[in-house]
Design a protein around this ligand. Structure first.
Ligand SMILES: [Zn+2]
Length: 211
């Protein structure tokens, strides 16, 4: 099984990824920040939230961002890639080409039926190599420093514009949101911020002990 956790280390391209949305109004605030800095990003959305906010997904798509599949309900055992693929297609008229398993738990995909499904949907599996742990709310300054300290050529940065838990949706992304303009401003000085389909992704063979 092949997956991708970063792009080429020889190109100064990096990718911002946001998981667990769409989540208005926070996702819309992120879209405005991205527009302000003329940056395209990547959103790994959950089917259960797309169902509630199809207009936000269309907005993300129309503004030129890449839409990826993060499963339907953020459930490791019942990932729902197929159901999410369908709801995304019905909303924006395009099939996602990238997916990120819930919790990035690739081990669950070793179940043959899951692996075959990802293959049959022609989805590229994406994890990340920069994790500022924004979902645990360590403080906006810590999030900023972790991203800037860890980012290198080809990095894929994992951020969250939402949560799989409804009670966390309004609060969990706030520190990241505060840090985001500064993160983008600093990264743009050294890197080109791109969509995953504009990077030379480096394939990695997934083995049981490789995470
Ligand atoms: Zn997630």
């Amino acid at each position: 099984m092949i997956y991708y956790r970063h792009g080429s280390r020889d190109e100064n391209k990096i990718a911002l990824t946001f998981d667990d949305g769409p989540n208005p109004p926070i996702t819309l605030e992120i879209l405005d920040i991205l527009d302000d800095y003329d940056v395209k990003a990547n959103f790994f959305v959950l089917g259960k939230w797309v169902k509630n906010h199809p207009a936000v997904l269309r907005d993300m798509y129309k503004r030129g961002h890449l839409i990826g599949n993060h499963g339907y309900g953020h459930d490791i055992n019942n990932q729902g890639f197929e159901a999410n693929q369908e709801i995304i297609f019905n909303t924006i008229g395009e099939q996602p080409l990238f997916c990120r398993p819930p919790y990035c738990y690739l081990e669950a995909l070793k179940v043959a039926s899951h692996c075959e499904l990802v293959t049959s949907l022609k989805l590229k599996l994406i994890t990340f190599d920069v994790d500022p742990d924004d979902n645990h709310m360590p403080g906006s300054d810590v999030i900023f420093k972790k991203v800037i300290g860890a980012c290198q050529n080809g990095s894929i940065i994992d951020l969250h514009d939402s949560s799989e838990k409804p009670e966390e949706q309004a609060s969990r992304p706030l520190e990241m949101l505060e840090a985001l303009p500064l993160i983008i401003k600093s990264l743009k000085e050294k890197f080109e911020i791109v969509r995953l389909d504009q990077m030379s992704l480096v394939p990695i063979e997934f083995k049981e002990d490789s995470l």
